[in-house]
Design a protein around this ligand. Sequence first.
Ligand code: GLU
Length: 334
Amino acid sequence: MRKIITSLSSALLILFASLSLNGVAKSAEFFTIGTGGPTGVYFQTGNAICKMLHKSAISADHGRKKGTAKAYRCTAPSTGGSNYNIGQIAAGEFQFGVAQSDWQYHAVNGSSKWEGKQYSDLRAVFSVHNEPFQIWARKKAKIKNFSDLEGKVVNIGNPGSGQRGTMEELMKAMGVDNSFFKSTTELTSSEQVKALCDGKIDAFGYSVGFPNGAMEQAATCAAKASPINLTGPEVQGLIDGADYYAQAVIPKGTYTKQKKDATTFGVKATVVTSADVSEELVYLVTKAVFENFDDFKKQHPAFSFLEKKNMIKDGLSAPLHPGAIKYYKEAGLM
Ligand code: GLU
């Protein structure tokens, strides 16, 4: 019996060894792009990138002879958002992530939430859509501006999300802390709309591209919510004080019954990676997006304004990864 088991296991060993020698068992290299909540735009961004990569892998086989090609296989799971993604890249768990331009800046410079935890190996790949920082309030709460949030129940976002960090920066600029509100919640982006619609919270802060299906739900549910204006000297101070912030407008009519423009400040969504990720992989990911650009732009309405020349510079404060530079030079973009 033992003899049978021994010879069976050596047969299996030989089988596995020959599979890997033929390049079958080691042919696929899996990598991960960190995104955001399942109802946000980051989730769509990560999955659109994977789709473009898989598409170009099928059409070009990476230009290699069959059997020797290293196929890259990409997954883009939903995550806690910007700062969570950067942390996972630093830990070597994710190879790419989508992150707000402000958090890209702070991580690579060791400022704000990243003080004492500077991650200088963070690398930029390209930027994507604009993300206005939005405070959505239910109609009955009668919130028109930031000061009306006093004594209200406000979702400040889950730890790890970009909006949580940016909300805290805004609160700092406004000179308030959590005690300014009646109470705060730490719901994720996919939980907060239901909470607002159910009247459990009065408002939430969210940095997200538009148009966005979850915000349309907030606009049309029983809460009849809308984004408030975030303007005034404190907000202007934020914009003037940092390159990663800019004035942002959600034009009227973006959402059902949104009769006025919502004026606020915003950031860019960016795709980041690590200096440890191979030049080949970053090159292939960049190329897949830029060479399938029309298709990529169709993957979400927030991408309709994208222009290649802006994507390689706007909102990028970490050094560009050499794999991205290689493609930009080859494509004549740099
Ligand atoms: N800006 C958000 C964050 O950094 C995510 C927005 C989205 O999921 O589209 O966490």
